[in-house]
Design a protein around this ligand. Structure first.
Ligand code: ZN
Length: 233
């Protein structure tokens, strides 16, 4: 299939960041497909959020007309080879190397490479991800340098030009809430609050003003802190 500049593939986990990226992509590209990964994550409930968010987007926004196929990739092997608090039943804490033990080595490298393989088949040249190095957890595979070097490697290795776009790279969480509101107004922010999932513990029983979660894990704290900061902007 020939590659066209008007088609994009969004790495869509069902979290806040990738939901905002999806709205961003839909307003810029004629045709947008989504891809998600089942890698044995403890917060696997995020995968159940994906179709609900996609349905809500289709229902509420005319600009979602370009929303195309959704791809869900089985990556259980990543959970099997990773000894991390995101894929095993262990307490989330800082490891000796200064990184939280929720860091899954190679995760974004594999996701982007596999996404590019799907994009190759689908004639898509633009990959979009919610990676961010502003107020991230220190994950080295969220760094802009990592992402752009990988885009070069993948383009060379597949002999096709791919661009990896990361609209949230230089935003903090408050700015991500603000961007969502700017893109889709209060209706979109409500989709993010109600249907997107960030909590590492997979908690969807407790509801806060920023959405569902345990309220205590690093992902919940980041999301809550950003929401509170956005409210005061
Ligand atoms: Zn949580």
């Amino acid at each position: 299939m020939p590659q066209t500049a008007s088609k994009a593939l969004v790495l869509f986990s069902g979290g806040q960041d990738s939901t905002v990226c999806l709205a961003w992509a839909l307003q810029r590209f004629h045709s947008v497909e989504t891809i998600g990964f089942d890698y044995g994550q403890r917060h696997r409930v995020e995968l159940d959020c994906r179709p609900r968010i996609l349905a809500q987007m289709r229902r509420n926004f005319g600009w979602s007309g370009g929303l195309g196929e959704d791809h869900l990739i089985d990556m259980q092997v990543l959970g099997e080879i990773s000894d991390t608090s995101l894929t095993q039943d262990m307490v989330i804490e800082m490891a000796d190397n200064g990184l939280p033990n929720s860091f899954v080595p190679g995760r974004n490298l594999l996701f982007l490479t596999l996404a590019a393989a799907v994009a190759y088949r689908r004639g898509i040249g633009s990959l979009i991800g919610g990676m961010c190095e502003t107020d991230y957890s220190g994950y080295p595979d969220c760094r802009n340098d990592t992402i752009q070097m990988l885009a070069n490697a993948v383009s060379l290795g597949m002999d096709r030009k791919f661009e990896f776009l990361t609209p949230l790279m230089w935003l903090d969480k408050a700015a991500t809430w603000a961007l969502g509101q700017e893109l889709g107004g209060a209706a979109f922010t409500e989709i993010v609050r109600e249907h997107s999932h960030s909590c590492y513990m997979g908690d969807r029983d407790q509801r806060f003003d920023w959405g569902y979660g345990c309220g205590e894990c690093p992902a919940c704290q980041l999301r809550a802190k950003g929401y509170a900061a956005w409210q005061t902007l």
